[in-house]
Write a new protein. Sequence first.
Length: 1353
Amino acid sequence: MLTKRFFNYIYEVFFSFLLVVHWLFKFITSLFYKFFDRIIILSFIVFVCFSSLFSLQVVEKNADPEEVLLSFLRRKVGLTGTKYGCGGGGCGACTVMVSTYDRNQRTVVHYTVIACLQPIVTLHGAAVVTVEGIGSTKTKLHPVQERIAKAHGSQCGFCTPGMVMSMYTLLRNKPQPTMEDIREALGGNLCRCTGYRPIIDGFKTFCESEVGVEQTCYSPDSPLNSYLHTLITELFPMDCFLPLDPSQDLIFPPELMIMEKKVSGDALYFQGERVNLVAPFKLSHLLELKAEHPSAPLIVGNTTIGPKMLLKGVYHPLVIYAGRISELKAVTWGETGLTVGAACSLSTLQKEVEKVVVETEEEKTRGYRALLQTLRCLAGKQIRNMATVGGNILSANPKYDLSSVLAALDCTLHVISKDGMRSIPLDEKLFADFGKTVLRPEEVLLSIDIPYTKPWEFVAAYRQAQRREFAFSFLNAGMKVAIKEGTDVVESLSIYYGGVGPTLVKPKLTCQQLVSRSWGEDLLSEGCRLLKEDVDVSPSIHGGRAEFRKTLAISFFFKFYMQVVLEMRERVGKLRIMSTLWDGVSDADFPLEYLSALKPFKNEVPQGQQSFQLVSEAQPSADLVGRPSMHQSAFQQATGEAKYYDDLPLVQGELFIFMVTSTRAHAKIINIDPSEALKMPGMVTFVSAGDVPGANCRLWFNNPEELFAEEEVVCVGQIIGAVVAESREQARRAAKEVHVTYHDLQPVFFTIEDAIRHESYFEPKRKVERGDVDEALKTIYMGGQEHFYMETQGVIAVPKGEHEEMDLFVATQHAAFTQELVGMALGVDSNKITCHVKRLGGGFGGKVMKIASLSAITAVAAHKTGRAVRCCLERGDDMLITSGRHPFLGKYKVGYNNDGTIVAADITYYSNGGSTLDESAFVTVLHMDNGYKIPNLRGRGVVCKTYLPSYTAFRGFGGPQGLMVMESVLHEVAVRCGLPAEKVRDINMYREEQSYTHHKQPFNPTDMVRCWDECLERANYQDRLRAVQLFNSSNRWKKRGISAVPQKFGVGFSKGFCNQGAALVNIYKDGSVLVTHGGTEMGQGINTKAIQIASRVLKVPVSSIFTKETCTGNVPNAAPSAASFGTDAVGMAVKDACEKLMRRLQPLMEKNPQNTWKGPPTDVDWEKGEGQAYYYFTFGACCSEVEIDCLTGDHKVFFSLFKIPKKHITSKVSECTAVEGGFVQGVGLYTIEELQFSPDGVLMTRGPSQYKVPALCDVPAELNVHLLANAENPHAIYLSKGIGEPPVFFGSTIFFAIKAAIAAARTERGLGDAFPLSSPATAEKIRMACQDEFTKMASPPTDGAMAPWCLDV
Ligand SMILES: Cc1cc2nc3c(=O)[nH]c(=O)nc-3n(C[C@H](O)[C@H](O)[C@H](O)COP(=O)(O)OP(=O)(O)OC[C@H]3O[C@@H](n4cnc5c(N)ncnc54)[C@H](O)[C@@H]3O)c2cc1C
Ligand code: FES
Ligand code: FES
């Protein structure tokens, strides 16, 4: 006793000493750095944020239970490095590291969390490290920050802080991680720009055994097509990296450690404006609270309750936090297995189970292996760190994965209340309805027993989701069979499905009737037959896909059957060696080619190779044009110092605006009543059409679109008005209280097919024709796409107080248009309106048009109130209001010869334009010929007018859709002629040096042909094709496909005046240079390139040149940064400006009067259907190989390779990154990104939980980019080629490879290989196209009158 006290005393003294040292250190360093920690002494909650070098101790007196860490950090603490991307845990942009002292383990634990779901009150006593805390450009970068920047892993930079924090936390826990560790750590972080490969490249330098990606550089003098090159194994110089020194990491604040040790055992109470939270320390107190307040939800991770309260407005006046109760966090291993506390995180469970499967014999841990398979794909790492086992089960959401597998494992729940404890089995009876369990309201789940498996028990878990990882499952299943020892007879069978109804489902009949039967083929067919009857998926099931789900349910059972056969065989085999006793056990069997069905796809860290031509040795070393150089702001982006519009500090008196949108698709507005909203706290005013002092419209090529709907609404999501309040939360709540009365109007339709029926089209209709063609017949449909830029749209409007001047800090790709529109709305001249654009967190075409309307609305509010107003769309509203890429329906007829030569094609492109024209008229038929010379070709482009939010520009601007239709035509001709698709492509390609497009624009296709030939050669296409065929002949349930396409893509705007750049170059007396231009920096590195160009022309080092921001006050009337032409146009303008200055500076230099910069002459005569549509063409070719799982519809991309011409580009490595980023966006477009509209025209996919963009797991395992050597382009800056948009289309190679794989499966089953497949090729479409006995069993919905869950619009 005495010894214990003595040691406790020593322990105390030691930590007090540490505390003194810590404060001393801070005091001394403060003398050097001239500032000392800010200490906000309030009360109650204490946590510490580290701000570079210093800890910032925050004591928040009025901690509001509704406040989450993200808004607290950004708005109260002023740390804006942590970003808002979705607000629901689905993007990882807000990742931070939390460290806590674990009393029981006496150790500090570090883990990532999602700041947008973490209530601050749950962080009492925790240390929070944000991106600012680990390094800065002012002091020292952390190696993680340095490496992501130098490896070109930061483009727009909006995802970068989250990526950095995920990696930093991994290194805190494991300084030498494996590649698998990195893959796992980054699985919950999305990036929309880079394609992930460069991020991985930067981070894998921390692995001991890994090297950088291969970079191949051609010698500049190498002959064409020569692969003689220097092979460099580092993409960037590794020797200049800062070493990782874990001893330099900030220590966990000793004061927090002491605080945690001395914890009193009292409950913590937090009283907010609307919500109170109590956090008991003792279990008995928790039970008392639950008894007193049975309806108060109990939270731990807050990953279910949080999104409901934050995103869906669910209100709970009292919340009980159970994360401090040690009994709920206990993990114990006993004779029968694991008992895990209900409040243990999924990561804790994963770690425990991972340990035991390594240490314990296999047959005991079969169940744990199945559980692990589920846990590893479930959500991202950050969510798994927060989410708890109890929360997952008791949320009673069938999409959640744990219940099905735990039920199959015969787990037991121990629940406790003031009245005592009871144990209940985890099975289907636990769940009463969606979101409801049979637990009494006052009961708390204490722990869960997860037993070992017995020797003759076989277990499996399955799930299929939109994306292999970090996505809710459509269907999850847990299955266990117990076999009577020494036989093959079923003793018991448990099958559980999540996702076939509102609760967990056990197909009882199947489970009962298969007992006592031999595990063999008869059982399999009987099992499938029974499941067909037993699993009833209602056609109206939430989320739709009834047929697919039912097919999956039976297919999973088939997989399970085979897995058990294999495992039984293995076990019997082992036992036979020991004894002859087992000879009586029959060997159930299946053909060898079935085996591949059992191997799940393995997620791998993408590897790749980039090759490009080196600059000439004669080029001066200070001239960076053509050399790999880092993004100008990469370090700032990696440290969180880079400022985006919403990072700007609050302007004095600033208000917040929240849009009120239509809930009807087509209706007359009878009344708008904001009176209830105006009574809400913090509410300042309501603005609508009547408040617009100027014109209530946005004019685009004389097509007006209302800012605020005045009399009639034409889509759900149309802006009717806006509330303006003192804070975001107040504005959000008040917006819900604005009541609009409608009178519904007819007609209402949303799909292209319906628009055709109603002959509802916008003018003008476009037609381009060559030769003589006939009517159209076949169709291909391609769905739309959401931009999903990581930074949502927004603006801050600041009235200047005199002469009606207004400044706007705005995320726009087209500052001049925003300026013009704001002026029009306010009724003032453009010269009074100044738009400032520092940078954008991604744009992809989505920040050209809608942001101008949002800016005008915000400016109207600022004008009305006389105060600054901030608008920052939440992700759901952004997706609803701003819309995205047009869905397309191509109808075609094609004439061809038996050798595959196409003689005529007639294609009509119907695009869904939504309710207004926006830029849709420009999404035309000009790209339709791709690289093919079809002598008789007719293209008609029709924009359908429907009652959906207006579709707008998106990277590729109609190209990815138009090209897709043409490639479908080629694919179909190949199938019908029985020829390889690449042969049909090859024989139809343009070949003559002087070729003409179908709109009579001349071009030289030589580079395209070179790209195509080199792509096939480098990909070893023929060898791969043979390997694919061999694989397909020996595997029934997995099939491979390979596809390659060439590309010709027009760069620039078809309206010549848009192809202009503008720049202002100032040279100061100290020799420094300021370059301002009309383009906007959104990750494409336009500033970096402008600096390199100025450096070359002015002959000054890049370090003396700076670009500040895009400002309409400095560079007026600039064109948008879009159409892959921003850098070309701006680059030319910078070059021109610098040359002018050089001429003035060097009077000896002869003046060159021809060098004036005019818009290149592009335009199309639509009457004649011909003209110079593009400034120039860029070319390329891409090849991809995929494997599909015919039983689940899952697919994996093994390999992709592109060849793109590029010469003397300003920064080759970052161009490779841009190519990969565009390609991965295309992967999303053609395979997983699926927007769902309800039959009422309501967008249902309004966030990353429902709408999946590619994550790390979707990147091809091998991704190679080769820039064509010696490619010429006299039209653009330093012979560059626009590559922003074209790579998106390369994603279609995956679509066609999938189609080829499906065709292989269908051919084997005696079905036709010509079959319809619309884009995106989702798991559902793949599975259902691989028709077999299981798809037949999942009969289609019987009730034909039932409305579909969603529409193909
Ligand atoms: C972006 C994202 C992705 C996700 N992806 C997946 C996925 O792929 N698969 C999947 O399965 N899940 C997924 N989830 C869900 C996640 O696993 C669950 O939200 C989580 O497990 C719930 O735990 P929690 O502690 O956060 O629950 P909380 O939100 O804190 O609480 C949830 C519910 O459980 C009740 N509860 C919790 N603990 C107890 C207890 N001890 N006693 C009584 N009642 C209790 C609460 O009252 C509440 O109703 C995802 C969640 C997010 C946000
Ligand atoms: S903003 Fe938090 S995960 Fe997206
Ligand atoms: S750099 Fe990742 S989202 Fe832009």
